[in-house]
Write a protein of this length. Structure first.
Ligand code: AMP
Ligand code: ZN
Ligand code: ZN
Length: 421
């Protein structure tokens, strides 16, 4: 045979084989009958500002956004990590769910201060996280980190002023937060859970990456280091997507961040200008939360409750309504908010050591958060700007849980983009 005839013959054989045998990727009927139900995976990239998506270094996120739905998401106020992560899984604003800052105090528990290491349930009990709702409905859950996921939610102290708690619910699988667990290990843990037999496999999972936030604080949002961190986390999500495909595990991915990042500088600081013995400070930075000491109320108010360059201060009950903040008893008496890129300090020369910060006006573009959702439940489309209180209602739809009427958000932004299940 001449070489042209040989090629023609080979092409014909290949064509016949292609017609006779199904494509290699089609599973045989026996496997099809064991088709996996979809898993819902909520992924948080802490501190991923919405516009990082335009840096050209996140091919996985860009592809998922092109397949599914995306849109700018407003964080809740204050634009800090713990308040917003709790909002994302409870559908309530911080003023109602009770995690009103990364640091706070509670008159009912004098002498105790909430920090990111606090897991005493009373701090968290005001709003039910979605993994508890799912477990109660018989849906198995697993969390590779999420603020509050290590808390025995709903448990009560066995005696007043006693550290022992009884009852309470956690995700079926959860890990104590440890920043040293690297991103590869986090992704591998999720995939390992999904390799289990169906009865032990979670149907709702959270996955959390801190890297972009950590680097954003250290180097600022416009640094090459942040761009590199965004690329690295994107690659990890790519590994997850590939791993899911290898397992033939359908997945609805909901990828969010808790807030953006604003560029701070030693030259943009606002001193509180108060005598040291006149107030008790809970927190300072993008905002300051403080209580005047007894007898010093007039001094503190006359110093702070007047116009300041780059900063506004209010009594807690007078914070503008659009922040939806100020009613919770855990919020300090006086609240000051800096303009994005500015930092409130106790006094000069206390200068910020960070290059990036968040906690500012949740409607500022610097604080805009990431939102991408892709998977079999989603059509393709973009959503106009929406509030992050709408994420839990969306997750409830994905899990087949009925809507709750006591939340601050609903699934309205997504309804037209969801496929009927
Ligand atoms: P922020 O101070 O608002 O920037 O908080 C972000 C920090 O919270 C990151 O450095 C994380 O390491 C830390 N973090 C995130 N999740 C948890 C958690 N579940 N428990 C304790 N710390 C956490
Ligand atoms: Zn954060
Ligand atoms: Zn942060």
């Amino acid at each position: 045979m001449r070489w042209t005839s040989r090629i023609a013959a080979a092409a014909l054989v290949a064509l016949l084989q292609a017609c006779a045998t199904p494509p290699a990727r089609t599973p045989p009927p026996a496997v099809l009958s064991e088709a996996r139900p979809p898993v819902t995976i909520l992924i948080s990239i802490d501190g991923f500002r919405a516009d990082y998506l335009q840096r050209g270094v996140t091919p996985t996120l860009t592809r998922l956004a092109a397949q599914g739905i995306t849109g700018p998401m407003r964080p809740s106020f204050p634009s800090k990590t713990f308040p917003n992560h709790w909002t994302l899984v409870t559908g309530m604003v911080p003023d109602r769910h009770g995690i009103v800052g990364n640091r706070m105090e509670d008159a009912g528990h004098p002498g105790e201060t909430f920090t990111t290491a606090s897991d005493a349930p009373y701090w968290w009990n005001a709003a039910q996280p979605i993994w508890v709702a799912a477990e109660q409905a018989g849906i198995r859950t697993g969390t590779v980190f999420w603020p509050g996921a290590n808390v025995a939610w709903g448990s009560r102290a066995t005696r007043p002023d006693h550290g022992d708690y009884a009852g309470g619910a956690r995700p079926h699988d959860w890990l104590q937060y440890n920043q040293a667990v690297n991103d590869t290990q986090r992704v591998d843990t999720v995939l390992d859970w999904l390799r289990r037999p169906q009865a032990n496999r979670p149907r709702f999972v959270t996955l959390y990456f801190d890297r972009v936030d950590t680097v954003g604080h250290a180097h600022g949002p416009n640094s090459p280091e942040v761009t590199r961190a965004a690329a690295e986390v994107d690659a990890q999500i790519g590994t997850l997507v590939d791993g899911l495909a290898a397992l033939r595990q359908p997945a609805n991915l909901v990828i969010v961040s808790d807030h953006g990042m604003s560029e701070t500088s030693d030259t943009r600081v606002i001193p509180l200008g108060l005598p040291k013995d006149s107030y008790h400070l809970i927190e300072a930075g993008p905002f300051a939360a403080l209580d005047p000491l007894p007898g010093k109320e007039a001094l503190v108010e006359s110093t702070l409750l007047k116009p300041h360059p780059h900063m506004a201060c209010w009594r807690k009950g007078e914070i503008p309504a659009r922040f939806r903040y100020g009613g919770n008893p855990r919020i300090a008496a006086i609240f000051c908010l800096a303009e994005p890129r500015w930092m409130i300090v106790e006094k000069l020369p206390d200068v910020p050591y960070t290059r990036g910060e968040h906690g500012y006006d949740n409607q500022s573009s610097d604080m805009a958060a990431l939102f991408i959702a892709a998977g079999p439940a989603f059509r393709h489309g973009t959503v106009p700007a929406f509030d992050n209180v709408d994420v839990t209602p969306l997750l409830r739809d994905l899990l087949g849980l009925p809507p709750r009427t006591d939340m601050d958000g609903d699934d309205a932004p997504f309804r037209a983009l969801l496929r009927p299940s």
